[in-house]
Design a protein around this ligand. Structure first.
Ligand code: TRP
Ligand code: SF4
Length: 438
């Protein structure tokens, strides 16, 4: 199995994806710990993560942290695109500072849109919808890849730590892949890591909420961030906490500086083994790792390093198209667009592929299958806030008390009020766009 960020369709087995790629489960223990967890987090739509612990700690301790995500504007914004921004808005409400990349370079390199076209889609379609959905201008910046020098520079410079074989293995590139396409994952790494440059808020935990198709980019960014570190602090196999110097030059100086920092943190039982380029800390435990690493990062920056903290990520499931296929902007019957009229949306919902049985009698007798129903997905992802009400729909469908016709009508009614609300809010949004764009 391979995750391909440019042509992935629908995944069915999310558990298998997690196991195969070493993605951790985003479970109840994690979301229950967050303030007023968003429905996409509570309901398993966000099903996996990498490195979320750091974010959790920042939220708990009210330390600063950042969100960075990106959009590739191509055509109209649909319900699938809405999910990421719903998550972003939630994280903004609990204190994250928000950064959003308009991936115009990627769109040009991989889809063949011009930069001008992408700009138009972003300004006329995506950003007004973001604002209408509730994105606030405070602590929020939206930028274009092509207009941000630091992002492009980083993309170029960070490329030093990755070679062609790795790029081929990760992305399936070959001799006929165009060079801008080859370069676009590095630009995305630039997006993800530039928020930790001093100019953009400095070193801090960064969360990248994305669809799981983006995992290769996440792995690349995490690997590159690691590759630039001077130090590692880990729990060793024999359960000791150790600081290791990763560089081959200036080892003595780096060990000296680490030792000083550890003493300042009040660790007393330090054992330095220069041959291993290591300092073992006998009076430290796993809980101290982050605190120690924070100090080491400061040393790295003083010595001219980047000191990037590996970016964390969460992964959400994809929405199924209304017709049971992939939801896609290029197939209007598969998607509900945020600019659809309630009538258009109603028509799509009434034609949607449900989990209903083939006849009414059958359904009364054996019940429907909400797990295989795209109308139920609409409730789950977008239309119903109250978990109790959702559960009630689920059970009454399963035990044959609910029939698809009425159920669809109810979905269409809820969709109507959502769309009308967005329509109204988009009107005032257009005047505010400037406040968001950097
Ligand atoms: N590649 C993303 C997509 O296809 C868009 C994107 C660009 C992005 N830069 C990013 C996503 C940084 C997350 C983080 O939709
Ligand atoms: Fe889907 Fe509703 Fe039909 Fe159940 S009753 S299968 S939830 S449309």
């Amino acid at each position: 199995m391979k995750i391909d960020p440019w042509s992935s369709t629908t995944y069915q087995d999310y558990k298998r994806l997690r196991d195969e790629f070493g993605i951790e489960e985003f479970n109840e223990k994690i979301w229950n710990d967050l303030p007023k967890p968003h429905k996409l987090l509570r309901r398993g739509v966000v099903f996996g993560h990498r490195g979320f612990k750091l974010i959790q700690n920042s939220i708990k301790k009210q330390k600063s942290w950042a969100i960075l995500t990106g959009l590739m504007p191509s055509g109209r914004m649909h319900l699938g695109h809405k999910m990421v921004i719903d998550e972003v808005i939630y994280y903004q409400s609990i204190g994250a500072d928000v950064n959003i990349a308009v991936a115009d370079i990627e769109s040009y390199s991989t889809r063949g849109y011009s930069l001008d076209e992408t700009e138009k889609y972003a300004l006329e379609e995506y950003i007004p919808n973001y604002i209408a959905l509730g994105l606030k201008p405070e602590k929020c910046r939206i930028y274009f890849q092509s207009k941000n020098k630091e992002v492009k520079d980083l993309g170029y410079l960070l490329g030093k730590k990755i070679n062609w074989s790795q790029m081929q293995a990760t992305y399936g590139f070959n001799g006929s892949t165009n060079m801008s396409h080859v370069f676009s994952p590095l630009i995305q790494t630039g997006d993800i890591l530039h928020v930790q440059l001093k100019k953009y808020g400095g070193i801090r935990p960064t969360l990248v909420p994305v669809g799981v198709d983006q995992d290769p980019h996440i792995r690349l960014s995490r690997d590159i961030a690691q590759a630039y570190r001077f130090y590692n602090v880990i729990k060793t196999k024999d359960n000791k906490i150790g600081v290791f110097v990763k560089k081959d030059e200036e080892v003595k100086k780096l060990l000296d500086l680490a030792e000083q920092a550890l003493k300042k943190l009040n660790f007393k039982k330090l054992k330095r083994i220069t041959d291993y380029k290591a300092i073992y800390i006998d009076d430290a435990s796993e809980e101290d790792i982050q605190k120690i690493d924070d100090q080491l990062l400061k040393i790295e920056v003083k010595l001219g390093g980047y000191g990037f903290i590996s970016p964390a990520a969460t992964f959400h499931r994809f929405m199924t198209g209304l017709n049971g296929e992939k939801m896609s902007s290029s197939k209007p019957e598969s998607a509900i667009f945020l600019t659809d009229t309630p009538k258009e949306a109603e028509k799509k919902i009434m034609n949607a592929k449900t989990g209903g049985a083939s006849t009414l009698e059958e359904q009364k007798k054996h019940g429907g299958k909400p797990d295989e129903c795209v109308v139920y997905e609409l409730f789950l992802y977008h239309l119903i806030e109250d978990d109790k009400e959702l559960k009630e729909i689920y059970t009454s469908c399963k035990n044959g008390k609910k029939m698809c016709g009425n159920c669809k009508k109810y979905a269409a009614k809820l969709m109507e009020s959502m769309l009308l609300d967005l329509q109204k809010k988009r009107k005032t949004a257009e005047k505010q766009i400037k406040k968001y764009i950097s």
